[in-house]
Design a protein around this ligand. Structure first.
Ligand SMILES: [Fe+2]
Length: 280
């Protein structure tokens, strides 16, 4: 495998491997690369849905997305991101995740790794933005670092989009709302495999800090968000068909731009989400 860093912040492109028939040794290397680079990208794959599920399950048990209307009709563990419409019905969610978040942070056990398998990609637009939350933690001012140490924050699904961006107009059913109650997690989490500390608070999902009133807690969250969303931390990934992209949600936040960038051509990506541990 050849490894080429994607940016000075995070990410690596890996060449020289076919993910469809990956063996145990190669998987161990890929797993190591995910831990080391936080975001890994494989170009020119032709990974089948079955191959994607097989590879995903090597990381751990899969979680099923609560917006079941967008899950793949044959493979419910595959969540479909798509702007295509077939027989009058959306093939998938058209602009999911157009706000800073970590996948399934609203679960008791948020996502470990997300895998995206690009099916159809437009000629331009629709980049995904990534930020290393190890880096934002490491470079957080001492005063804020001390203020958030041992604090917990509340995460709420579909809180809102970032100001100025368009959020998906998804109406959740009573069942879907009931299945996604508020949860709280430590603001600074320790990665269970690397032992490194990472910030775990995201503008699109994190709503308040436990034990603080709305004003002071909101102000502190605002300082964290302003810090983490600085342009210098962002890496924009430009998609191509055949891309397979994995990232570690325990130390990375991300944001789709399909809600803010007009994507006129078909865009369809298959997502699988590997369940992680309860953050500590
Ligand atoms: Fe996401």
């Amino acid at each position: 495998m050849q490894v080429t860093p994607l940016s000075s912040n995070l990410g690596a492109e890996i060449a020289g491997i076919d993910l469809e028939g990956i063996n145990d040794d190669s998987f161990d290397q890929v797993n190591r690369l995910v831990l080391d680079h936080q975001l890994v990208v494989f170009r020119n794959q032709s990974l089948s849905p079955e191959g994607q599920l097989r590879l995903s399950r090597r990381f751990g048990p899969l979680d099923i997305h609560p917006l079941a209307q967008y899950n793949h009709p044959q493979y419910p563990e595959i969540f479909v991101l798509s702007n295509e419409v077939k027989d009058g019905k959306p093939v998938g969610i058209a602009d999911g995740g157009s706000y800073w978040h970590s996948d399934f942070a609203f679960r008791e056990r948020p996502a470990k790794v997300t895998m995206l398998n690009a099916q159809k990609i437009p000629s331009s637009g629709g980049a995904t933005l990534f930020v290393s939350m190890y880096q934002t933690y490491d470079e957080l001012g001492q005063e804020v670092k001390e203020a958030v140490q041992d604090r917990r924050a509340v995460h709420r699904y579909r809180k809102k989009a970032d100001p100025g961006s368009e959020t998906t107009r998804v109406v959740m059913t009573a069942e879907q709302l009931a299945a996604t109650p508020d949860v709280d997690h430590p603001i600074v989490r320790t990665h269970p495999e690397t032992g490194r500390k990472a910030l775990f608070a995201h503008p699109g999902i994190t709503v308040k800090i436990l034990g603080m009133d709305d004003e002071s807690g909101g102000a502190l969250l605002g300082r964290i968000f302003d810090h983490c969303t600085q342009e210098k931390y962002q890496y924009a990934y430009q998609w191509r068909p055949g891309d397979v992209v994995l990232w570690d949600n325990r130390c990375v936040m991300h944001k789709a731009t399909t809600g803010v960038v007009a994507v006129k051509e078909p865009r369809t990506i298959f997502r699988t989400t590997i369940m992680g541990d309860k953050p500590f």
